[in-house]
Unconditional design. Structure first.
Lengths: 631, 397
């Protein structure tokens, strides 16, 4: 373990200088902070704001879908020429859909989720003073912030935001003549995404190097909590796949601005035949989905890690099959690189290739199934405390099952023929990626709020938030499956033009009201969150009686995390309700020598000396027991 | 330095004041600019205010309920009881209720909304897809129900009791092997079936390709251009650079040097003979589109610069389908399923399946795509071309 010495030496170094660093200004503490905890909070609050905006956008287009013929003067007041006569413009509708998707997938569920919890928990749960490179960490946030600002600024330009869907398939996204949303808005979208990827790479490199190099004494890889495993594999996924998106984006920028033909060929638009020949939009699809599919696991894996941790803590039980959970995460990570083609079954990709991708896709369902069953087994015979975090973790499992099962349909090339680009797909990914990942994020927020702000969130408002959100999410997305099975394509501005779709209009009204209910429910969360930051009940050091290292730090949240020496880790993170021990949890920093009554042979990992000591103790103790019985 | 310092009442009031003032100013400006829209937005403030007050009222009610619960719990605490409301129990019960109501809701959706989905497949390969569909539906529904029963029942049954200790159960390799292997087997079955179905649909011998009725579809923003291949059953060549040539008549960019073009037919609806294989060749002139005919379980993207194909055999005529679906207005439809611009939602084209006899009659009525005007323009252009060539030769001399 050559890695152990490093954090300790840096710790000493830090302690020497800590007195000089005390003069913190507002700027260095809250704005250009290099403290991982503050950066985590910056990511979280930016993520929440972006999430609220993206949710607002979805309500706008849901209103259009529910009432396609009705005029809402308020919309015109708010949106001006994007909603002439109080009805959304079809181009603006597509822009709303596009930006909703982009913000939710990248800005909320990638940066808001990984950025927050990787930054917060990696040093805290591994026993490090900070990230490997705090400065790069700060840059990562500010790149993300700039990317967010640019993405939102597109609402204030004349041609409107990008409108080609979040997958921005060329030629639609490459030709400004094809739609207004492919003008300046698309250029800014591309710029914003390049900055975003830079941010996410800086974050990812930091996460991986911190996890590999800065674990405290005794924290070997197999003692890491599942959250850290999830963040670790997520970061690797991001590092390997995000650059491919940048490559694709650069080629698209070249096609748009410098007359190249990577994606363009044989195009006649606006009364003019373009000179571009020999390119193929399929190339973009390959490059995009090479990121795009790992991306959905970048979104869901941290949520899974958080859910595993939260469920174990609140069931007061070890996570079932820790090794299987890690191996299934690794399996998902590896497989996620070879399944991207299932987004392209009917795009004109060679059909034989489609068959191959179908096989790899359905294989990835196996590790996902293992995770689900392990979660169920973790709940079984637990002693479940329904903290708001626990509710959201259970909600995640439910969404992951419901949405994951429809993945088996869509991964099947034959079935995908008729389901591709319909509402069935919308329902599928909103449940498995949208709802499940958001629930993971919310579980994380409720669970680690005391660690971030030193105060507790109001649990009752949390219950209200959970139940309203959980129910409304199902009410929104469950009926969409059936619309998809009726062959209703997605990204349709109105269902009024086809007689066969008229029967879904009433369902659309229902879905919209369910969505509004879900959106209003978030007010309970937002109020709870921001109110509790300042006025919430003060937290104790370990409010959930959890085992992991972050709860051994003081409530005051020091720069450098632990006031003295970094604690040493002696055991895995999941010794909950261990038989023979008086309390129902044993923290990772409790040595085995202090828990002689509950040690199991497995705990010694083949250390013969320790086993001998334990045996001797057992014999002594048993004889004592017997003597007592005799008396 | 604490951020809380900035949060005293005074600065908050000041902030609201500033925001309020600037908002008023903006509104005043907007009002000044848009005096004519005033009539339209008249009473808008009232409506918005109404909903705002309604919302605030709900918030207040929730706040009051919260306070009442808090007071109740406090009094219980004073009386020396540990917990006023057993929230763990309440949430556990809510999970049980959700399980029952949710399963009923899912059942309701399956029966009521499930009755609104597409009728049986109107194509031969569609039958195979439908049987795949049914098998997948049954398997996934069983898993969905069982896992949800377990999830919510566990949540209900094992809610917290101070006296109980959870069962320390870190792993069980046998159990884990079971739930790795069983899904793996189920998925292998699905994969194999899916793979062969998919290959059966997409892997077509070249003899079958040639014998099928050839139909060529060109998509553009926001319409479909369809031509039948005529007597020779070969669609003529196209070249996008010729689009708009021949005095603007050549909207598809037909290459009139190719003889195969002359017998091709221009149609305004897709009419297919029942039980006869038809092969669609798809391209796009501008952006991606998707050729989607859900009743036939047919979808394929239209890609500029590349031809894509879909071959299938319709098996039910429109007339028969009207009887089967009990819907006298039933029509087959062609949609665009790939986002393609503002009118994406309205790219329709009529499709009809008829008997062979009706088809033969219909096809005779269709006009060739190369009109006499186009031919004239083409000959004129050729002559000019020849003349200019001769001119050049003359000049060279």
């Amino acid at each position: 373990m050559s890695t152990i010495a490093i954090p300790n030496s840096s710790a000493v170094h830090h302690d020497d200088h800590s007195h000089e660093h005390h003069k913190e200004t507002f700027l260095t503490k809250y704005v250009f902070s290099q403290d991982h905890k503050m950066i985590a909070k910056q990511f979280l609050i930016t993520g929440i704001i972006m999430g609220v905006i993206a949710m607002g956008l979805s309500i706008l287009f849901r209103i259009q879908l529910a009432y396609p013929d009705k005029s809402f003067p308020l919309l015109e007041v708010l949106l001006g020429k994007f909603a002439p006569e109080g009805r959304l413009d079809p181009n603006f509708y597509l822009s709303l859909v596009t930006i909703h998707g982009t913000i939710m997938v990248f800005f909320v569920l990638t940066a808001g989720l990984s950025g927050t919890f990787s930054n917060l928990l990696i040093p805290l749960q591994l026993g490090a003073r900070d990230m490997a490179s705090p400065f790069m960490n700060m840059l990562s946030y500010w790149f993300f912030f700039t990317a967010s600002a640019i993405m939102l600024s597109t609402f204030f330009i004349e041609s409107g935001p990008a409108g080609a869907g979040w997958t921005i398939y060329p030629p639609l996204s490459a030709l400004p003549k094809a739609m207004p949303g492919s003008g300046l808005g698309m250029t800014l979208w591309l710029v914003s995404m390049v900055l975003f990827v830079a941010s996410s790479l800086m974050g990812g490199i930091n996460y991986v190097s911190t996890i590999l190099n800065m674990r405290t004494k005794g924290m070997d890889l197999w003692k890491m909590p599942l959250t850290i495993w999830a963040f670790f594999l997520t970061a690797i996924l991001g590092i390997l796949s995000f650059p491919v998106l940048v490559a694709g984006i650069v080629l698209l920028i070249f096609d748009r601005s410098f007359g190249t033909s990577f994606y363009l060929s044989d195009i006649y638009i606006g009364g003019q035949a373009l000179a571009n020949e020999g390119g193929s939009p399929i190339l973009w699809e390959h490059l995009f989905w090479f990121l795009g599919h790992p991306e959905v696991y970048i979104v869901i894996m941290p949520a899974m890690g958080i859910a595993s941790e939260v469920m174990s803590v609140n069931s007061r039980k070890p996570i079932f099959g820790y090794h299987a959970m890690v191996y299934s995460l690794i399996g998902i990570t590896v497989l996620s690189f070879v399944v991207w083609g299932h987004h392209m079954f009917v795009t004109g990709m060679n059909p034989f290739l489609g068959g191959v991708f179908m096989i790899t896709t359905l294989i990835i369902a196996v590790p996902s199934a293992v995770k689900t069953f392990n979660w169920l087994a973790t709940l079984w015979r637990g002693n479940i405390r329904f903290t708001p975090a626990m509710l959201f973790a259970i909600g995640l499992v439910s969404f992951f099952i419901s949405g994951g099962l429809t993945g088996i349909w869509l991964g099947n090339a034959a079935l995908d023929i008729n389901l591709h680009d319909t509402y069935f797909v919308v329902a599928h990914f909103h449940l498995v990626m949208g709802s499940a990942a958001i629930f993971g994020m919310l579980a994380g927020i409720y669970h680690w709020f005391p660690k971030m702000f030193g105060r507790m969130m109001n649990p009752k408002l949390g219950y209200l938030h959970f139940w309203l959100t959980f129910i409304s999410a199902y009410l929104v997305f469950f009926p969409m499956h059936f619309m998809g099975l009726d062959g209703v394509p997605r990204r349709y501005y109105a269902f009024t033009e086809f007689e066969s779709m008229q029967k879904w209009l009433s369902v659309n009204v229902f879905i919209t009201w369910a969505a509004i209910l879900g959106a209003v429910a978030q007010v309970a969360f937002l109020f709870n969150f921001f109110y509790s930051i300042f006025f919430g009940e003060k937290s104790t050091q370990n409010p959930w009686q959890a085992n992991t290292l972050e709860w051994t730090t003081p409530v005051e949240r020091l720069h450098g995390n632990w006031p003295g020496e970094i604690p040493t880790v002696y055991r895995w993170a999941y010794d909950y309700s261990k038989p023979g021990h008086d309390a129902d949890f044993i923290t990772q920093i409790t040595p085995l020598s202090e828990t002689m009554s509950s040690n199991l042979p497995h705990d010694f990992e083949g250390n013969e000396e320790a086993e001998r000591i334990q045996e001797r103790w057992n014999i002594d103790h048993k004889s004592v027991d017997k003597r007592e019985e005799v008396k | 330095m604490d951020i809380k310092r900035y949060l005293n009442l005074k600065s908050l009031l000041a902030l609201t004041g500033i925001v309020g003032l600037s908002f008023q100013q903006v509104m005043a400006q907007a009002a000044g600019v848009a005096t004519d829209t005033v009539s339209k937005t008249d009473g808008l403030g009232k409506t918005v205010g109404y909903y705002l007050i309604l919302f605030l009222l709900i918030c207040v009610v929730i706040g009051i309920i919260g306070k009442v619960l808090h007071v109740y719990e406090l009094t219980k605490q004073i009386q020396g009881k540990k917990e006023g409301i057993a929230w763990n129990k309440v949430n556990g019960i809510l999970f049980a209720v959700t399980l029952v109501v949710g399963l009923y809701g899912a059942y309701w959706c399956y029966t009521v909304q499930g009755a609104q989905i597409l009728p049986e497949a109107a194509s031969e390969h569609g039958l195979k897809i439908d049987s795949m569909f049914r098998i997948t539906l049954v398997i996934t529904t069983i898993v969905f129900v069982i896992t949800h029963i377990l999830l919510f029942l566990f949540a209900y049954k094992y809610n917290y009791k101070a006296k109980r200790k959870a069962y320390y159960y870190p792993h069980n390799n046998t159990l884990e092997k079971y739930w790795t292997v069983i899904p793996a087997i189920a998925l292998t079955v699905l994969v194999l079936m899916g793979f062969f179905t998919w290959r059966g649909i997409t892997n077509i011998s070249s003899d079958q390709m040639k014998s099928a009725l050839q139909v060529d579809v060109t998509a553009h923003q926001f319409a479909w251009e369809v031509r039948y291949s005529g007597k020779d059953n070969v669609s003529g060549r196209k070249n996008y650079k010729l689009i708009g040539s021949l005095g603007g008549l050549n909207s598809l960019g037909l290459d009139l040097a190719d003889k195969h073009n002359y017998d091709d037919l221009k149609v305004t609806e897709i009419v297919l003979p029942v039980n006869k294989s038809v092969r669609f060749t798809l391209t796009s002139q501008d952006v991606l589109h998707s050729f989607y005919m859900p009743h036939f379980r047919v979808q394929m993207n239209c890609v500029p610069g590349m031809s894509t194909f879909f071959q299938f055999t319709p098996r039910i005529t429109t007339a028969e389908m009207k009887v089967k679906t009990n819907d006298p207005n039933f029509k087959y439809r062609l949609y665009c399923a790939k986002i393609c611009g503002a009118q994406h939602y309205n790219m329709q084209f009529a499709v009809r399946v008829v008997t062979q006899r009706e088809y033969d009659k219909w096809v005779k009525e269709q006009k060739p795509i190369v009109t006499d005007d186009m031919k004239k323009e083409y000959q004129l252009a050729m002559k000019e071309n020849v003349a200019s060539k001769e001119n050049k030769i003359a000049l060279n001399n």
